[in-house]
Design a protein around this ligand. Sequence first.
Ligand code: AMP
Ligand code: ZN
Length: 452
Amino acid sequence: MKLYNTLNRKIEEFKPIDKKRVKVYTCGPTVYWFAHVGNFTSYVYWDLLIRALRLCGYEVNRAMNITDVGHLTSDADDGEDKMEKGAKREGKTVWEIAQKYMDDFMENFHALNLVVPTNICRATDFIKEDIALVEALDEKGYLYETTDGLYFDTSKFPTYTELARLDLDHLKAGARIEFNSEKRNVSDFAVWKWIRDGEDHAMQWKFRGRMGYPGWHLECATIIHEILGEPIDIHCGGIDHIPVHHTNEIAQIEAAYGLKMANYWLHNNFITIDGEKISKSIGNVYYFSDLAEKGYTHMDYKMWVLQGHFQSERNFSFNDLNAARQRLLNYRNFAALRWQKEPTDLDVTRNVIMGQLNNNLNSAGAFAELDKVINGNVPDDAFVRFLDDVFGLMIGETTPDISDELKQKIAERAEAKKNKDFAKADALRDEISKEGISLLDGADGTIWQYNK
Ligand code: AMP
Ligand code: ZN
């Protein structure tokens, strides 16, 4: 398998640490609000990665965090904690907010038929381990204290700029205005924040005799260290994470424990909506509830995501979603042929589809190969199962064989047509159509198809 590795800015042959078991980490959601259609693209792309790895014969050990503390509204270690903000907005406790939005996130995760990570880890379950990482960093002399917390001195970690290819001088010039005067370097970041006098922060833990909470970048480093063990094979996340979050994850782990964090870094690009950045102020934020209201399913959305590439900036529109829904319907109808005709040999197609996925997860290429065979070929059960294993679009599961009554009606209509009783044949066709099934008459007989 070949993957684009952000670390080296090129497509590389994937070489796992262990021949059988691959360790993957994907940064998870901050559970303070509903995830929108942009947020979920990354989980769909990484699902494709997990499925492709499995089909290559690897067992995947994956961890994903749930951020329920410490993610401030600004990446620069200030602003309000997103969880606290959610709690105030809804008059609930931060714990209730975390539960509510975690449940919503997981509901969508399941509805998208995404493979559930081996380990789903809530940040607040790892505080003791976070503290151990802070202590390890302090012992090695990487930390310094300011009024509001313990900070990582990035000038002491020589490879700090590597992942993001950061130009710190440039960063310094640009950031002068918001530069926190107690920070030694503009890129330094909080690993632990103290609760200040009068500060309203419900989630807090005692450390060195004072109350505080972990910095946002700590949890992923801790979870990787505790659950998977560095180095891991693949670390995934959104491209916005490259310059700050992932850079800081690496700094903490590699400084504290001296081992490389991850061999391959995969980053998904952003989506725009009708050509614009997704934003509440523009009013173009769509949630799954909005898609459902317009009659689109989670699978239609997943089809739309998968026809693009994780590295491309994508534009979402209801027009394109509609086209994706039609494409998915075509695949379900292809799957439905297995009950109506003799299967044809699709082994070659299976291999070219795998070849496309192994080429840096080229799902668009894989679908193009599939499109070449859906007319004129008939899959067997195994081929449909293969497609569902690769894409998780449930084309086999959402396409049940039709009822005996419908089959009976189809036969009666064929009989009526044969007897040139066209009025009866047309009436039966209409009846059948109302049940969601269209009939296609061809040279070699009639086949039925789902019409929605
Ligand atoms: P947020 O809750 O806004 O911090 O978003 C969480 C994560 O979702 C971000 O860190 C991004 O990686 C991802 N994300 C946000 N907006 C988009 C978008 N428009 N397209 C793709 N991913 C996004
Ligand atoms: Zn992370």
